[in-house]
Design a protein around this ligand. Sequence first.
Ligand code: SAM
Length: 269
Amino acid sequence: MNLIEKIKEKRELSYVDDALVREYIEEYFKRNPGEKEKVEAGEKKAVKKILKSVRNSLRLVYGSFLSRDYLKMDEKLDELKKKIDTGNTEDALEMHKEILRLHASTRERLSFYKDFFEEIFALTGKPSSILDIGAGLNPVAYPFMGLSDVEYNAYELNSKDAAFIQKYFDIMKIDGKAEKMDITKDVPSVRADVCFALKLVDIVDNKTVERVVRGLDVKFIAASFPTKTVSLRRMNVVRRGGFQRMLARQGLSYEKIEFENELVYVIKK
Ligand SMILES: C[S@@+](CC[C@H](N)C(=O)[O-])C[C@H]1O[C@@H](n2cnc3c(N)ncnc32)[C@H](O)[C@@H]1O
């Protein structure tokens, strides 16, 4: 039995890089001594357990794309290109919204995206360069940023997502680069005025967050936490406390902006 293939049978996980799935499998075996032998022997209960655990972890870090259906996403990009090429700006904006609806994080901001960036940039000033880590589909919110000339660097865990964002930048003729990067292993070295780390802090470990915040060569970091449900709000109170203490340790000041389902820390570096 090929465990990687089995894990990826779930549609929403079918596009995750094999290497990432392999890492999660190895991590699971490390955390659960004795399970490897059972899984390799094909013990049904053990197999069921690892499938469930690894899939859950992947869903957590990977965010909830409603369906990572790249065929559909590519079609939408092609449609967007047509609208852009024919100068149909109103329809182009509608296409943007359709793409942003494909990922839970961006969909949840659709009703306030314009205010979202306006309020962040009121604190940071209008950036001429942006870094977006764990970007998801957020770069596609570009029309809501109210920027005319910007250098945009986006990093994503999954190479297919990075390729999608790159294609978007090319269609929009944005001076942008999207690349695969696992921030638990690397810190982007590119300089920027503002770094977005949206809904990322609560899904990577504290050490990584501290290392990344320390290492980024940017003027401001906009880091956010989801607050959509009461349980998320409660869970994140603990994470946010640790996050604030880490910022204090680094002598960094910040302001908070609260939106209906997201809390943003605008941190001055
Ligand atoms: C909850 S989503 C948020 C997406 C986007 N920042 C937003 O708020 O619209 C988290 C994103 O972080 C990415 N991610 C998770 N772990 C990561 C890591 N170690 N390195 C880089 N990206 C990561 C996921 O693939 C996913 O796209």
